[in-house]
Design a protein. Sequence first.
Lengths: 164, 789
Amino acid sequence: MAASGDEATSKLSFVLNGADVQATVVLATTAFDLLRHDFGLTSVRSACDGIGMCGACTILVNGRASPSCLLLAVDLAGARVETVDALADGDELHPLQQAFVAKGALQCGYCTAGMLLAAKALLNETPHPTRGEIVRALTGNLCRCTGYAKIIDAVESVAAGAVP
Amino acid sequence: MSGPERPSVLGRRLPKINSVSTVTGQGQYTVDMAVPGMLHARVLRSPHAHARIVRLDVSRARGLPGVAAVITAEDVRANVLGSSVKHRPLLASGVVRTFGEPVAAVAAIDETVAAKAIALIEVDYAPLPAVFDMKAATAPGAPLLHPDKSRYARLPALNQWFVSESGNVSHRVRIARGDVDAALARAPKVYRASFATQSASQVCPEVHAALAYYEPSGRLVLWCSTGKPARVHIQICGLLGLDTSKLRVEAPFVGCDFGVKGEVSIEAIVTLLAQKTKRPVKGTFTREEEFTGAGLRIASEIDASLGVAADGRLLALDMAFRNDIGPYDGYGSMVTVWAAVCASGPYDIDHVRVVGESIHTNNLRGASFRGFGNPQVSFARESLLDMAAKDLGMHPIELRRRNGWRDGSVSATGQKLTSERYGIGFIDTLDRLNESFPPAADRCTDQGPLRRGVGYACGVHGSGYGCLIDADTSGAMVRLNPDGTFTLFSGAMDVGQGTTTSIIQIVAEAVGVGPPQVVLASQGTDSVPFDGGASASRQLYISGNAALRAAQALRARILDIAARMLDLAADKLTIREGVIRAVDPNLSNRTLTLAQLAFHAINVKGEQPMAFGSYSLQGALLDAEGKGDPIGAFLFASQRAEVEVDIETGVVRVLSLAAAHDVGRAINPMVIEGQIEGSLIQGLGYALMEEVRQQDGRPIGPDLEHYLVPMSADMPELIPIIVETNEPSGPFGAKGVGEAGLVPTAAAIANAIESATGVRVTRLPITPERMLEALRARREARQSQSSED
């Protein structure tokens, strides 16, 4: 939440989706609250009330996937932070986004942003993962609709370099 | 309808509409919404499972700076809700009957003040005797949850089953055919067992959420997370004494429904708070409130006996089941009726007796969850069939094939299955499963403590509410736009499943354009005809039929206009890829684009090219003897599970799940696969992991750390097998699929566990503890047997 009253606050700056940003936060503010509420990035969602069990609030911090509900806002200081909002290049969808669309890897869509970011983090580190590695990389992200199969297929197709 | 010269838009794996806004994060769910000046709602909930409210004082909460309104039962005009029986108060009136029951609600400037205000509400409760299991609830002298139950309004479909004598049984449903007692007495083989299933949470990723405000005209607007905006609309207006014209309910992105977002709570609370404060009010459930404030999958206890001939013919089924519906009969008794209808499965059985009871307890409220009571009874029935197959040395598929419904079969309710009226693809689902997995592949293997096995189970469900309501109806409109595109006005909701994409394909096919040329209009209750919404696998079948009828009527109208413009008879014209042309190739110069026609029709002729269509499934109510045609279109599923059980740890790993589903015509195979795969995983969770455990009516660990749902690492290989048939009354032969998906899954997994270990587990979920317990019990039974020998 935004700083107010006499609570101890901290100033931080970081790179959010490619832009330099600054924020003043009370120390207990989570990265989730800062991004979702102060920066209005509603693609950063929650299904577990902030206990790190659903992965819907996954963001990339210096390229690595993290549940933003378990990070403090101040942990973002100096970091390069990405949400799904900047995954596409203008109107050109990222290959993962294209694959999710083409392969039917989304249903209600609530978990999709977190899934895409967890998948991107995996491919950043391991460009050609095995199916088992994909499954493990996404197993912190709850999806109640798809049964995961089409999500894994989509990530696998991107890793294999297939044009969706 | 499709000509041979162009590829049909039916059967294509089109991405769901709105896929792009989903992957870019732009989709707005109710939880994402905010409007200026918005207040935040919180609900005070009961800490008791059963208590009288002796004193309720909200004055300190009202006096807290930043609090705009506090509401209690006194503020609710007609304070009763409930699909089966109207007796659930929005806010408790004098008595609470379950832990977490809403007692009061506040609207405040932010969530912190709202929480403080809740803490300032003073309530004195006098605890009442409570009942937490169905045996205690039906014992003589049990405390009554509703001493005066006959005074409540109830669903007409339930009247014949109302239990008028005093007690906690709300309804007793009875479906009977033949003489079960005599048939069981004569049967060469009788298999008997008792089963128990658990309550489970839908775990929609998006919690219940609602935002209400006044628009400048003075009408109320409600955005909320539901697949049934029209039903929510009617409930809230009834509750608050509002004319339906004074409220519109909008349809945002919805983060799942699974049956739980149809009976209102927070949606009505924020609407009432907006009325009180004249300001926008938003409320969202916490994850804990998803367990305590919504309705769970109903826990069932089932006793069943199956009489079988030596050649595998099913002779008689006797099943009695009790459903713990909790304190209020919302979807509860509807679930009981539906379970009774589906209990004897897709089999010819001459002698059937099914008795289902809805029983009130002070546990958390039971309600609707994908499958609607059917997975419970199917678990029992399919386990018994498996016992029979093993005992008779028949392959489980063969046993089911010998008894499965075919053209001319008659159900336990007397519904005659004829191929003129219904698609009857049950045997096809068995055959397709068999082709993919020849019986020789079903080897059970042992490797150290790991035991592998294969199990099968089947089920039948229906598209539409069928016997549960008088009329299950949807309307739709289709309009030709000046640019030659079409707009579809339909209240069919995509809560993830993808039906709207399939319905667009139906419309595109009918009017002769590509799917991108059909746009779905905004779906608020102001904008679309009534639609029963996302439930009961009804939308593709019922809303799809409505949209098809509208599209066909509009196509006829377009051809009529074109006939005059081209000076050719309408029946000599066709529409292909957006161009109207003569069927006769020699007249290929006589063409019109839809845009040209629309311009001419609107601007020259002053005609409005638009058409309406509707479809209703009705006349399905059962009579007093439980006879009738309760199912509008039959959904058949046959599934196979392959498991590995570690007999030292009790851990069950599902290696693969294959599911052959009769879907009628497959409009969008990718959407159908998504429905099958998603329900298989839910079925796996139901079979092995998911349970809302309660201690004296209080949930234990109502959060996603303790309530485990399947994650990707739990995922087995999923093999959806789409079995295409033709549903005569379906749009282009199609019918639903989603609701049927997990009906047989738990049974298939339990049967596979039996194959692997020889142990039949009759209680869900089959956690490692229960598995070990069952293995131990069998070991001890064997030891005592051998010591006696």
